[in-house]
Design a protein around this ligand. Structure first.
Ligand code: MN
Length: 288
């Protein structure tokens, strides 16, 4: 199934070019804020999607074009990311480490944005801002100390993800955490539909030109390895998002660019880049 967040924290199942509202499958009152509906939904159905499947079959459908898709998990407990997880990207960055020995880092969850973006790039004179195409893992059943043999039982699904990054020596967390720097979408494809997550093609274009093209078989730390490593340190929670690393071909983006990421079997996002305001931040050398 393709499970999407849309409009005002609604949850829907996308069937072709239509969507069925399944928000009310999660019982109980719902706060307007924070938008944690999808986290509760994943916690409720991580181990058995059949109620969702039944509701999607009998529910009223409306055109997908009538709704606004949001980032699938708007308020996850954690947004984790693995650096340097494809050899060709390590080579292009002249990195001296990789994900297997470095482990993961965190991005601010507030950097998440929807599949239509836009990516708002700050005005940071002299700084290069790069695209990174990645497969996102969406955690289903949570847990700590998950063995790699059990890892796939903890994966709810997959999505496309862009890890937008200011290059520089500043803390990685700050360089990667600007608002809108993590578009995810267009929906979560549940893991039962992805027969071979370790053999997914991924293509990123900028203004129609191919910049990144890869396959998840080339991940250095593979998907079970990422779940095992993350959960050795932190308790994974339902709805946690894991960015799995980017292959070679990263490059600068500027306002006016249109970025497209496509993972056949998962989905496609087309995201415009627009100019944001100047950043008053002495870490980036701006004057106060
Ligand atoms: Mn990345």
């Amino acid at each position: 199934m393709h499970i999407a967040s849309y409009d005002d924290d609604r949850i829907g199942v996308v069937v072709d070019d239509q969507i069925v509202d399944v928000t009310d499958l999660v019982p109980g009152p719902r706060a307007k804020w924070p938008p944690v509906g999808m986290v509760q939904f994943i916690a409720a159905f991580a181990d058995d999607l059949s109620p969702v499947r039944e509701a999607a079959e009998r529910g009223a459908r409306r055109p997908l074009s009538e709704v606004t898709l949001r980032t699938p998990v708007q308020w996850p407990n954690k947004l984790l990311a693995y650096p340097a997880n494809y050899t060709d990207h390590i080579t292009e960055m002249s990195s001296t480490y990789n994900a297997r020995i470095k482990g993961f880092f965190l991005k601010a969850a507030s950097s998440l944005t929807g599949p239509a973006g836009p990516i708002v790039v700050p005005d940071l004179p002299g700084c290069s801002i790069h695209h990174e195409a990645e497969l996102a893992i969406i955690v289903g059943r949570g847990g700590r100390h998950i063995a790699r043999e059990d890892a796939y039982q903890h994966i709810f699904g997959y999505a496309c993800l862009l890890d937008i990054t200011v290059r520089g020596d500043q803390e990685r967390v700050m360089r990667k955490s600007f608002d809108t720097f993590t578009p995810v979408g267009p929906w979560i494809v549940t893991s039962d539909e992805i027969e071979a997550p370790d053999q997914l093609d991924m293509v990123l274009t900028v203004n129609g030109e191919v910049r990144q093209s890869a396959n998840t078989r080339d991940l250095l730390l593979d998907i079970p390895g990422m779940i095992e490593m993350a959960s050795s340190a932190v308790t994974l929670q339902p709805g946690d998002v894991i960015a799995t690393g980017t292959p070679a071909g990263v490059g600068p983006i500027v306002p006016g660019d249109v970025i497209d990421i496509r993972i056949p079997g998962v989905g496609e996002m087309t995201v415009p880049v627009i100019q944001g305001p100047a950043v008053r931040n002495i870490a980036f050398g701006a004057s106060a």
